[in-house]
Design a protein around this ligand. Structure first.
Ligand code: AMP
Length: 439
């Protein structure tokens, strides 16, 4: 089997298009079949129910197969995992292993949850092949990971901290490494992993392919991309102001914490709510709120970084199987989480970083379903709400729950009029929520 040749055309008005060259004829890549994937991968794609490549897959798969480094902005939910897993597998099937034991493909992820999801994709897409894969993540026992690292591994998924632990003990052999993937690089940098990433990269073979995926392409991400990638193909599919069109976003103003709790209780009792992800600012609030909700008769559990990996996994599995209705989580769940049954995301606390709002609400409205994102906003959160609306350029619909209307007047804000140097002032007229508000 040989590599298919791809030709990339690009113009100012049109994004890059890949054409596969077959028998001297240019074919526009529309279906997976046109990628000439190995039969076992094509079967797996079909078994997963994927008909057409998503935009990120259409852009990145041919470029990766052609041996290019990639700098891609794509969020979770766009099919980005398969966009690097499939071509990496295809390349491993075509090119025999060289070097010693250790991984041929290393995928770094910011969180254990994302690592677990990437591994699940690897299992699905590699179901008809014989790849060896596994993960090296924090919160898990060391001995099985040590045994894994001694194997002829095909794909290793790792979080940077634990991988560094093993590297410092001389347990990781990179002599076979061909592909290095940084998944959700912006998140890894936010979490302070820049030193670990540089350290890991410095130990990898110079002759390798590096693929960097990030929700945004700016700041530190561009610096690290500049240092680690060689002449990359840049793929920009999302922007900061990505609009979640299938997600209905609402704000309920709350006078105080007690009011917030009542609003939350009322939202959680709605029939149309199948499963909800409730975000809190701190781990303690997540614990307390989950216990409080359970005491009120809501089926809920907390998820945050202080829980053991086993407990987190168990909770996630219950959520995925639809056995848990309400997950109360910190931002550990803001990205990467892909649970189709989540009909509602509720911000009990708004995030400190406006961009995290976009990631949080993206946990609903997945796989073509409609979703609802509700933010419970008390007066101390008004500033955060303004920042979110400035970032998205959208005014989130203000709404009220009948019988639970706020007493306090809330500020008015027109994000379109925002100037970059300063926040707009609150409106002077004090207006109570009234008839213009929909429920
Ligand atoms: P990801 O962005 O990698 O987290 O993927 C989000 C979801 O999209 C996962 O449930 C994937 O199984 C699914 N997916 C990935 N590629 C495709 C495709 N080409 N067609 C349909 N669904 C896909």
């Amino acid at each position: 089997m040989e590599f298919t040749t791809f030709v990339r055309t690009e113009s100012k008005s049109r994004p890059a298009v890949y054409w596969s060259v077959k028998h001297g004829i240019l074919l526009y890549m529309e279906l997976f079949k046109e990628l000439d994937l190995a039969d076992n991968l094509q079967r797996a794609v079909e078994a997963c129910g994927f008909e057409k490549p998503t935009p990120i897959q259409r852009e990145s798969i041919p470029a990766i197969l052609a041996g290019k480094d990639i700098l891609a902005s794509a969020q979770t939910g766009t099919g980005k995992t398969a966009s690097f897993v499939l071509p990496a597998m295809q390349k491993m099937l075509l090119v025999p292993r060289h070097g010693g034991n250790g991984p041929r493909v290393l995928i770094l992820t910011p969180t254990r949850e994302l690592a677990a999801q990437v591994n699940a994709h690897i299992r699905d897409l590699g179901q008809f092949c014989k790849f060896t894969n596994g993960s090296v993540i924090g919160g898990m026992a060391y001995p099985p990971q040590i045994r894994l690292l001694q194997k002829k591994l095909d794909i290793l998924v790792a979080t940077p901290g634990r991988l560094m632990d093993h590297m410092e003990k001389g347990r990781v052999n990179y002599s076979s490494l061909d592909i290095f993937v940084l998944d959700e690089a912006d998140r890894m940098l936010d979490l302070g992993f820049i030193g670990d990433i540089r350290n890991i990269a410095s130990k990898l073979p110079k002759k390798r392919q590096t693929l960097l995926f990030s929700a945004t392409l700016e700041g530190k991400v561009l610096t690290i991309a500049h240092d680690l990638l060689k002449d990359p193909v840049t793929i920009q599919l999302t922007s900061n102001t990505v609009k979640h069109e299938l997600i209905r976003q609402k704000v309920y103003h709350a006078d105080n914490l007690i009011h917030k709790h009542r609003l939350l209780d009322s939202c959680l009792k709605r029939d149309e709510l199948t499963q909800a992800l409730v975000f809190t600012a701190t781990k303690r609030t997540a614990d307390r709120l989950a216990s409080m909700l359970s005491a009120q008769g809501h089926d809920s559990a907390p998820l945050h970084g202080d829980l053991s990996q086993g407990a987190r996994k168990k909770t996630m599995n219950r959520m995925k199987q639809g056995k848990l209705r309400i997950l109360v989580a910190t931002d550990v769940a803001a990205r990467g989480l892909d649970i189709k049954g989540i009909s509602h995301v509720i911000n009990f606390d708004l995030p400190n970083v406006a961009e995290d709002y976009i990631h949080r609400i993206g946990r609903t409205g997945r796989a073509g379903e409609n979703g609802t994102a509700i933010s419970l906003v008390s007066p101390e959160d008004w500033g955060k709400l303004r920042e979110i609306e400035r970032l998205t350029g959208m005014l989130v619909e203000r709404s009220v729950v009948l019988g639970l209307e706020p007493e306090k007047a809330s500020p008015e804000f027109q994000p379109q009029k925002a100037r970059s140097s300063a926040f707009p002032r609150f409106g002077r007229r004090k207006r109570r929520f009234g008839s213009r508000l929909r429920r």
